[in-house]
Write a protein that binds this ligand. Structure first.
Ligand code: NAP
Length: 495
């Protein structure tokens, strides 16, 4: 079992040993001022305590912000090539430690080990991409009406940026925010989700290992209500980049707007695929099940609704059910597992109540619907992969994010009806269509209300060098990743 080497104190907790981790502020590891700690556990085995983490206070968060604020000018005046150099060194460090870090991701958030390796690999790619970005041009020279005037623009960093991140991609999401933030000259304070502070500790270890100057990156663990609130409201914070639920995100938008702070929000989804009668049904069912069920549906871009047009319903549904029933349920440490435990008991209970509500609203369970038994499943937070049909398009289960391995199959009269159903929810993150007809593809790509569009492909997953984000209640502010990240993390100065 992997336990990160940094830092700290071992303490007996019941009959297991829990590591105790510290905050990383101003280049040093330190305890929170209250002395209180919280724990994170392995979703596949709730008796496995990953570690104890600082339950930091608002004052601790303010101290981390002060540290970032104190060095913002020196970091801004470090050349962008040198800043990029730290990212490239971090990418090499990460490559050398990929397996160790992936094991920790699997242990703390339950993810299948192949996907955890993929997540660390993505972080390597992001650090390389933005490391090179440090040597790319920023700004431009623009002709002036006066030949004696040099008229140009430059991109300036914002200052201190707060990063507030979720548990489902506990390594890649912080990296895809901090890599552009740092290379464009900002200093940062990261508050990770309370479920995955151990993975965040590894991020701090990485920056320590490559000698990033003290105060440029700071990690502070603790609850959203305390630490998160300070990271949003503190006067020294210029901007907030948040990924998480729509409910919390909308509150951050309101608080940021009140204080004139810049914000970027990536939030929930209810991602549809449309299956047209001419689709390759075997392929459509395979990809739909993969998009809905991998990582137990805990991706913001997971497929949640399959909207089926015409007389293919029975054949498509049978294929989906057959493929769903064949998925292996098990701990993420087993490379064969597809259905891994969900993040915690509260999430498991929430998924069960969403399924029950779907049934109460007239839905029929075609696969799963309960929790698996035997095989030590009672040690963790497992939920069966579930397929529901006969669901009305405006039923709660068909409109609200579930964040579990649950697929609703909906019926549409024709392509137009399917598009209307797809667009009828408040979210607009990712969407797909299965068809061989080019006109249908182009019409869908034009009219679907989603920030990511897939053609005969899985709604989940996007390469890191392209912009990522959603429409409607799924996102607010500038896109993340690729070249687009410069828009959020810099401001233009015209000279
Ligand atoms: P969450 O409950 O909204 O939490 C996200 C982060 O916000 C955590 O660090 C949380 O801290 C913090 N937080 C909670 N209350 C806060 C407050 N009052 N002020 C400031 N920060 C606060 O979301 P989650 O359960 O971790 O993640 C799942 C959600 O993320 C899903 O809705 C999913 O769709 C979304 N997501 C979206 C994307 C995307 O790119 N669109 C990607 C991944 C996930 P605590 O953990 O301490 O509460």
């Amino acid at each position: 079992m992997y336990v990160p080497s940094n830092p700290i104190v071992c303490e007996a907790e019941g009959n297991v040993m829990a590591e105790r981790y510290q905050n990383y502020v101003n280049g040093s590891w330190s305890d929170g001022s209250s002395g209180a700690v919280s724990t994170s556990t392995n979703p596949a085995d709730l008796s496995d305590v990953v570690g104890e983490f600082q339950a930091s206070t608002s004052a601790d968060a303010a101290a981390a912000i002060d540290a970032a604020h104190d060095v913002k000018e020196s970091w801004r005046r470090t050349s962008s090539l040198a800043r990029g150099g730290y990212l490239l060194k971090a990418a090499s460090y990460l490559e050398a430690n990929l397996e160790e870090f992936a094991q920790m991701v699997t242990r703390e958030c339950g993810k299948a080990i192949l996907e955890s390796r993929g997540e660390i690999g993505r972080a390597v790619a992001l650090l390389q991409y933005y490391g090179v970005e440090g040597s790319n041009p920023v700004g431009s020279v623009v002709p002036s009406v006066n030949p004696n005037i040099l008229l140009y623009t430059n991109r300036m960093p914002l200052g201190v940026v707060s990063l507030i991140t979720p548990w489902n991609f506990p390594f890649a999401i912080p990296i895809w925010k901090m890599a552009p933030a740092l290379v464009y000259g900002n200093t940062i304070v990261l508050k990770p989700a309370s479920a995955t502070p151990g993975v965040a500790t590894l991020i701090a270890r990485m920056w320590e290992a490559v000698d990033l100057p003290a105060g440029v990156f700071n990690l502070i663990t603790g609850s959203g209500a305390t630490v998160g609130n300070e990271l949003i409201t503190n006067d020294k914070v210029a901007a907030i980049s948040f990924t998480g639920s729509t409910r919390i995100g909308m509150n951050i938008a309101a608080e940021s707007a009140k204080r004139g702070k810049r914000y970027q929000l990536e939030m929930g989804g209810k991602n549809p695929v449309i299956v047209l009668p001419d689709a390759d049904l075997e392929q459509a069912a395979e990809i739909t099940v993969s998009g809905a069920m991998k990582y137990s549906g805990q991706k913001c871009t997971a497929t949640s609704r399959a909207i089926v047009v015409g007389n293919i319903m029975e054949e498509f549904t049978n294929l989906v059910v057959e493929k769903t029933n064949a998925l292996k349920i098990g701990a993420g440490s087993d490379p064969q597992s597809i259905i891994v435990p969900v993040i915690d008991q509260a999430s498991k209970d929430n998924i069960a109540s969403m399924i029950a509500r779907g049934v109460a609203d007239g839905g029929s369970i075609l696969a799963g619907g309960g929790v698996p038994s035997g095989n030590g499943f009672d040690k963790g937070t497992y939920v069966e992969p579930t397929v529901i049909n006969n669901v009305a398009s405006d039923a709660f289960v068909a409109c609200e994010e579930i964040f579990g391995p649950v697929l609703s199959i909906l019926s549409a009269a024709d392509a137009e009806d399917a598009l209307n159903i797809a667009n009828s929810v408040e979210y607009g993150l990712s969407a797909g269509i299965f068809t061989k007809d080019l006109n249908s593809v182009l019409d869908f790509a034009d009219r679907i209300e989603a920030g990511v569009v897939k053609i005969n492909g899985e709604t989940a997953g996007l390469e890191p060098q392209v912009p990522f984000g959603g429409m409607k209640s799924s996102s607010s502010g500038d896109r993340e990743q690729g070249k687009a990240a410069i828009e959020f993390f810099t401001q233009t100065k015209t000279i």
